[in-house]
Design a protein around this ligand. Structure first.
Ligand code: GDP
Length: 363
């Protein structure tokens, strides 16, 4: 493994560690980059690496190993047997975090559905593997097959029940939204990557004491709050679920409905961590997700370059100059409160402008 490999993998490792820290109760010992030119189908790592890692884990009394990537059910089980500890892959970890953070009924149902479908694939493949081990190929109709079928059916029934409940919740949510539409307060939605500072900004704007820990996913479910801005404008502020890089595809669909709240927004405030090494990639991801959700270009948007306090003086000056030159971009430190006044004025101005545009179209 070259030094370059390691350097290139550093941001991904840091992100994975931050992700692990988001799960309460875990004390994260750190992480390591393992180069895998070829994943072993049975146990992911080669035999030598497997033994080396086992020694290291046992020396430091590790109880849980998180692998930041896909691990097949077979690999997971083999690794757990070989190392005698628990192994979780990226999807499993994100599911754990989501389930820990889900606050609304809708959020809980969505997480459970995603977990069920994850479990379903694990189940089927795990059984297939067992069958093969027993030389049970072509054993169709045997006890193993019956058991798989029964387990699958049980999960499918649970999924169906969940889906029905979810439909009901989504309908209620739509009714709430319709009711809100009658209230003459515009909705301002905060969007952005996890850890960009949405909760911190939300709290600053609302003065509320809701969750701004140094944790990813402090906001799984959209939080809505009516706020009177210093300019006298009353808005409904909505803090949406944070985006995360490489969100496993099976989870993307599950959390779509949570994000759909953004579609009802009168103004979108995109919060960016401008100090993050991959801030440009993250911004592009956010734009792509919004487009995919069907957010129209007509919805006014403000872009916040947050965490400006983390830039050195020179970089901050460049950022401020760049932001100043472009419409709708503001530098900010949600943590220290720098730039809040400008933000509140910008929100008010955007909403006023949108309102006057609307009045022109629909007199
Ligand atoms: P969210 O996931 O987007 O809701 O992000 P949070 O609001 O939870 O913030 C994530 C972390 O970044 C927390 O530790 C915050 O204290 C920190 N943070 C947020 N805004 C700023 C900022 O302007 N400057 C600095 N230095 N840290 C910030």
């Amino acid at each position: 493994q070259t030094e370059r490999d390691r350097r290139e993998a550093e941001p991904a490792l840091a992100e994975a560690i931050a992700l692990a820290t988001a799960l309460p109760g875990l004390s994260v010992e750190g992480g390591d980059v393992v180069r895998l030119p070829r994943a072993h189908p049975g146990h992911l790592f080669g035999t030598g690496k497997l033994a080396e890692l086992k020694d290291r884990f046992h020396e430091s009394e590790i109880e849980l190993v998180l692998i930041d990537g896909p691990v097949s059910p077979v690999q997971q089980r083999n690794l757990e047997t070989a190392w005698k500890l628990k192994v979780l892959d990226r999807t499993g970890l994100i599911l754990e975090i989501f389930s820990d953070r889900a606050r609304t009924r809708e959020g809980v149902l969505q997480v459970e559905m995603a977990a069920l479908s994850y479990q379903r694939t694990r189940l089927v493949r795990a059984w297939t593997h067992l069958e093969r081990q027993r030389g049970g190929l072509g054993f169709v109709g045997g006890p193993g097959e019956t058991q798989i079928e029964a387990d699958r059916r049980a999960i499918d029934e649970q999924v169906t029940r969940h889906r029905k409940q979810l439909d009901k919740v989504v309908k209620t949510r739509a009714l709430h939204r319709a009711a809100r539409a009658k209230v003459p307060f515009p909705v301002v939605a905060l969007v952005g990557y996890t850890n960009a500072g949405k909760s911190t900004l939300f709290n600053r704007l609302t003065g509320a004491e809701v969750m701004a820990e140094d944790m990813l996913f402090a906001t799984l479910d959209p939080t809505m709050r009516a706020v009177d801005l210093d300019t006298g404008t009353r808005v409904i502020l909505s803090d949406t679920v944070g985006f995360i890089s490489n969100l496993p595809t099976q989870l993307v669909a599950a959390f779509r409905a949570t994000l759909e709240e953004v579609l009802a927004a009168d103004l979108i405030v995109h919060v960016r961590d401008i100090s993050h090494a991959e801030t440009e990639e993250q911004a592009a991801d956010v734009a792509a997700i919004l487009a995919e959700l069907g957010v129209s270009d007509d919805v006014p948007m403000l872009e916040i370059w947050n965490k400006s306090d983390l830039l050195d003086a020179e970089a901050r000056e460049v950022a401020e100059r760049l932001a100043g030159r472009r419409e709708g971009i503001l530098t900010l430190s949600a943590l220290r409160g720098d730039g809040m006044e400008a933000l509140v004025s910008a929100i008010t101005a955007e909403l006023d402008e949108a309102r006057s545009r609307k009045t022109l179209v629909l007199p």
